[in-house]
Design a protein around this ligand. Structure first.
Ligand SMILES: Nc1ncnc2c1ncn2[C@@H]1O[C@H](COP(=O)(O)OP(=O)(O)O)[C@@H](O)[C@H]1O
Ligand SMILES: [Mg+2]
Length: 291
């Protein structure tokens, strides 16, 4: 399994590069899933109506992120109501109405959608390409597993202490310790494993490629530099760097400051890049850069 996450400033060509890459890899005979993790999906808009000529090994998805969030909130509400029915003073319903607006839910929705494809499509595809949303939310998505790990490790510590105290009390009361499996501890341990595996995946240069797309202009290059730094702080490295909409004469452009490794140059297309035909034609020019 190979994973690609395509990142960059808005409008640089993330979705276009994701599509070109997906077509190029599936033309090589690989089973590819291309998934938009941008709330404002536009993969199908870029592909246009004639999708029949796309390789059969390529599957494209625009998941409803809101649906993942709704489902998560509903199941959390049910779980809490079941476990804390006696806490009427807490007014759970009111809490959940507010939670819908909570900060962090947007990126958590992305994480749930990613998890869905990671766990379910992994068996059917060889390559998963994620077309990411604009920088701010994409970076939050990447930091989420690392932040969650800090929280979960602390919560597990607290839960373990609570259980140890419970054990002491039950020893005093009943003369022997009750051996019980604690549902909360089990849930935390499962979450710990999920986030650890996800963090490992994001850091694995062998399995996971972070694809950074920029244009040959100082603004998108500056943003790319910040993305690279922020990911580096999390222990994640850029795998591929694309300079999209490249034109031959570009004096004073300092790309090497942002990316010292191999720069993949994708030229500025003369016509538009909308529709399978235009994309396939363009791919003939630059497929080597995309695989
Ligand atoms: N190499 C290219 N040459 C010409 N136009 C391009 C190229 N790459 C992308 N575009 C155009 O740039 C615009 C933004 O591309 P898009 O892929 O939607 O960017 P993003 O997903 O980063 O917001 C679209 O109109 C697209 O057709
Ligand atoms: Mg896009």
């Amino acid at each position: 399994m190979e994973y690609y996450f395509v990142l960059g400033k808005g409008g640089v060509g993330k979705s276009t590069i994701s599509i070109l890459k997906a077509i190029a890899l599936s033309q090589q005979g690989k089973k590819v899933s291309l998934i938009s993790l941008d709330h404002a999906h536009n993969l199908f808009d870029i592909l246009g109506p004639n999708k029949g000529s796309l390789p059969r090994t390529l599957k494209i998805f625009e998941p409803d992120i809101e649906k993942f969030i709704k489902h998560y909130l509903q199941s959390s509400e049910q779980l809490l109501q079941k476990n804390y029915r006696y806490l009427t003073a807490l007014n759970l319903e009111h809490h959940f109405k507010i939670l819908k607006q909570a900060p962090g839910l947007e990126e958590y929705g992305l994480l749930l959608a990613f998890r869905h494809f990671w766990e379910n499509r992994a068996r059917k595809s060889e390559v998963l390409i994620f077309d990411m949303p604009p920088t701010a939310i994409a970076l939050k998505f990447f930091s989420l597993p690392f932040v969650s790990l800090v929280w979960i490790e602390q919560l597990l510590k607290i839960r373990t202490e609570i259980l140890q105290k419970k054990e002491i009390i039950s020893k005093i009361k009943f003369g022997k310790a009750e051996i019980e499996t604690d549902a909360i501890k089990k849930n935390l341990e499962q979450q710990l494993i999920f986030y650890q595996t996800m963090a490992q995946l994001l850091k694995s240069k062998h399995q996971c490629k972070i694809v950074l797309v920029a244009n040959p202009d100082s603004v998108s290059l500056a943003e790319s530099n910040r993305i690279k730094q922020r990911l580096f702080d999390l222990g994640i490295e850029i795998g591929e760097f694309y300079l999209n909409k490249y034109q031959k004469k570009m004096p004073g452009l300092n790309v090497s400051r942002v990316f010292k490794g191999n720069v993949r140059k994708i030229p500025q297309a003369a016509g538009g890049l909308v529709g399978v035909e235009a994309l396939s034609l363009f791919l003939n020019e630059c497929s080597a850069e995309l695989i």
